[in-house]
Design a protein around this ligand. Sequence first.
Ligand code: ADP
Ligand code: MG
Length: 220
Amino acid sequence: MVKLTDISRVFRTDTVETTALNHINLHIEKGAFIAIKGPSGCGKSTLLNILGLMDKPTSGQLVLNGKETFVMKEKERNFLRKHTIGFVFQKFNLIDSLTIFENVELPLLYLRQSADKRKKAVLEVLEQLELGHRTKHYPYQLSGGQQQRAAMARCLVSNPELILADEPTGNLDSENGMQVMHLLQQMNQNGKTIIMVTHDDNYAKFASRILYLFDGEFNS
Ligand code: ADP
Ligand code: MG
């Protein structure tokens, strides 16, 4: 479902030039569960941001579901992202001033769904992730594990085909980390393609394929 061809990403400032990704090639099949490992600064987040169409490479191609994405107009690319990709982050990235319900509802607002449809979908996914009793709470009133489950609910609510998770267990203890992994596993069994960055071998084991990134290149 995703094919990267010769992707490079160079960050330039006045004084330094950093090659975060160096001519990366990668083909990910629909339904795969990929773990990406590698030392800090090797380009993992840069790669995930490009896979998520959040950042553009300096050169190279990304084909998603048969469409070449970086030649598209920005509007078209945003549309494709909103309909196809969900994100989970290490720091949850919930909006502090919104309730859990409102946080999870956001992707559906961007998709311009009706209020009735939104409400039904949000309550369903919160129920599924055992947060049905926390809809009116604010993020700070939840434990770390609950906040990450809320972030996963926000990711799932729009039913994305591809889930990108950047160290999703990084801020959690092992019990909550395992719970997040089991949820990702469940999403994968429901047909979602998952690409996850992790440092932890116990979590990488959940994946069907582990990729090692080193200095912006795959080391297989
Ligand atoms: P990882 O997620 O593997 O820790 P990153 O993808 O965040 O690594 O970063 C890869 C390299 O690119 C690092 O050397 C980092 O400093 C650099 N980098 C990342 N983002 C930027 C940016 N916006 N501007 C300049 N350099 C960046
Ligand atoms: Mg990172």
